[in-house]
Design a binder for this molecule. Structure first.
Ligand code: BES
Ligand code: MN
Ligand code: ZN
Length: 514
């Protein structure tokens, strides 16, 4: 599906704010009424024009506020946009991102085609220029994101923004900032793809649609793509996956994408994404309220496609394989019933006590399948449990792993990309909850610790390699008025792979963290 998008151009610059020939120069104001360094320079050139405004009480510097000024004397730009930053002492990652979002929203409403932002010069505790520029690129794309392709009348933007320039304080930061900008834009493009796929409804975004998208991504970004269909899966014995597909008329697909950027023969990092394009619950039917949101049950799959897009754009020197088991979960006449016992691809048998615990059933066969890649490590990403939303809310992704080093890497990547995860224990004590009287295990572990027992189930299929599981049930989309996919955890996964690539490139180099 093609659609017209306004291409935004980005660049990096260093130079004095009053000398910028731009439709709008953006500088920050701290609360209460304190000019940022760049704003001070503008103020000086403008003979206290800004401080006069602050003194008159028109701009307090509160977060979320802004003031657009025309014809500021001594300034080359047509306009100056003051953006409220909140208290300087409290200015952290969240406040930086919010200020950037306010700036972009306001710039998009002005008559100018371009903006030159000095917000990237603000200091954010423990964050360097590269971080600020990367985040700026992400926030811009997030702020301007619209999903209107299914509306017959699109909202017209009168004069859309065409160009943004991020400023850095010193010339010797230019190269770093430019590299960071490229990374930020690659990650943003991956997030955009993940959001689009997530937001598409289940009647459009079917397993076959995901497979087509993967093939297209392969063509446009140089990835090798294979799609297995029902017959192939039957031959492989992927019976738990197929047991979920039985109740649906949509054919299931098993998608494999490969980015071969690393040395040939170097072990791949494998990402496995849950691709339930609609989760009705199956025979264990879900209640009707908010059931529409179960179109988002393929956000794990979308994050794998988005991350592979980012990885390909960044040309990371790493072998990365994306694997997507995909099907609908529907209650058709042939559907799997509670009590049915299924033999998984691994040979282990599973008693299905609840057909709504289907994510683990498609993932377990995928986890067995990926053994053939002799992976360096495997990370699965899934909107797996409502319990995770109860435990961690919509702020942080749940993380469970059978290897502490891998868990640490992912937690660090989440922290660094500001797409955070939090680890839950995967202790053996929890495995007992999966006992079945009739098979090797049940597919549910009761109400207590639902996120952990789901991961315990998966861990039984992931004992041949280092493995981590990301439960994104709370972070993959927002409900309510702002309903929509978030594109998470594409930033976390991209950062994780960037860090790995950097380590492969300089194996003796210093690690950021131990
Ligand atoms: N896709 C859901 C998990 C989910 C629920 C994500 C709500 C986001 C919001 C998953 O397939 C599911 O239905 N899980 C069940 C498991 C239970 C039956 C053990 C759940 O969480 O209720
Ligand atoms: Mn379910
Ligand atoms: Zn589900």
């Amino acid at each position: 599906m093609r659609r017209k998008v306004t291409i935004l151009e980005f660049s990096i610059k260093s130079g004095s704010p009053e000398k910028q020939r731009s439709a709008c120069v953006v500088v920050g104001v701290f609360e209460p009424r304190k000019l940022s360094a760049a704003a001070e320079i503008v103020d000086h050139a403008a003979k206290q024009f800004l401080s006069d405004i602050l003194r008159r009480g028109d701009m307090e510097g509160k977060p979320g506020t802004s003031l657009l000024l025309h014809g500021v004397p001594g300034v080359e730009a047509d306009r100056v946009l003051l953006v409220g930053l909140g208290k300087e002492k409290e200015f952290r990652e969240k406040e930086y991102r919010a200020a950037m979002a306010t700036a972009v929203r306001q710039l998009n409403e002005t008559g100018g085609f371009d903006g030159t932002l000095y917000l990237t010069e603000l200091s954010v505790k423990k964050r360097d220029v590269a971080w600020k520029v990367r985040q700026a690129a992400l926030v811009v794309q997030e702020t301007l994101y619209r999903f209107d392709r299914l509306k017959s009348k699109k909202e017209e933007v009168r004069r859309p923004l065409r160009k943004l320039t991020f400023c850095v304080t010193r010339r010797n930061e230019l190269a770093i900032a430019e590299a960071a900008l490229a990374e930020g834009l690659a990650i943003a493009a991956g997030m955009g793809l993940a959001k689009d796929l997530g937001n598409l409804p289940g009647n459009i975004c079917t397993p076959s649609y995901l497979a087509d998208q993967a093939r297209q991504l392969g063509k446009s970004h140089g990835l090798n793509v294979d799609v297995l269909d029902r017959g192939d899966m039957e031959k492989l014995g992927m019976n738990t996956l197929l047991s979920v597909a039985r109740g649906s008329h949509e054919p299931p697909k098993f998608i494999v994408l490969r980015h071969s950027g690393g040395a040939s023969g170097s072990k791949p990092v494998v990402l496995v994404g849950k691709g339930i394009t609609f989760d009705s619950g199956g025979i264990s039917l879900k209640p009707g309220q908010e059931m529409d949101e179960m179109k988002y049950d393929m956000c794990g799959a979308a994050s794998v496609l988005g991350t592979l897009k980012a990885v390909a754009l960044m040309k990371l020197p790493l072998n990365v394989i994306g694997v997507i088991p995909s099907t609908e979960n529907m209650p058709g006449g042939a559907a799997t019933k509670p009590g049915d016992v299924i033999t998984s691809m691994s040979g282990q048998t599973v008693e299905i006590l609840n057909t709504d615990a289907e994510g683990r059933l498609i993932l377990c066969d995928a986890l067995t399948y990926v053994e053939r890649f002799d992976p360096e490590c495997v990370v699965d990403i899934a909107t797996l449990t409502g319990a995770c939303v109860i435990a961690l809310g919509h702020v942080t992704t749940g993380l469970l792993a059978n290897n502490d080093g891998l868990a640490r890497e992912l937690l660090d990547a989440g922290h660094d990309s500001y797409d955070r995860a939090w680890q839950l224990p995967l202790w053996d004590d929890y495995q007992e909850q999966l006992k079945s009287n009739f098979a090797d295990m049940a597919n549910i572990g009761g109400r207590p610790a639902g996120t952990i027992t789901a991961a315990c189930f998966l861990s039984r299929f992931a004992d041949k390699y280092h493995w981590a599981h990301l439960d994104i049930a709370g972070t993959a989309w927002r409900s309510g008025k702002e309903k929509g996919a978030t594109g998470r955890p594409v930033p976390l996964l991209s950062q994780f792979l960037m860090d790995r690539a950097a380590r492969v490139a300089k194996p003796t180099g210093k690690r950021k963290r131990g």
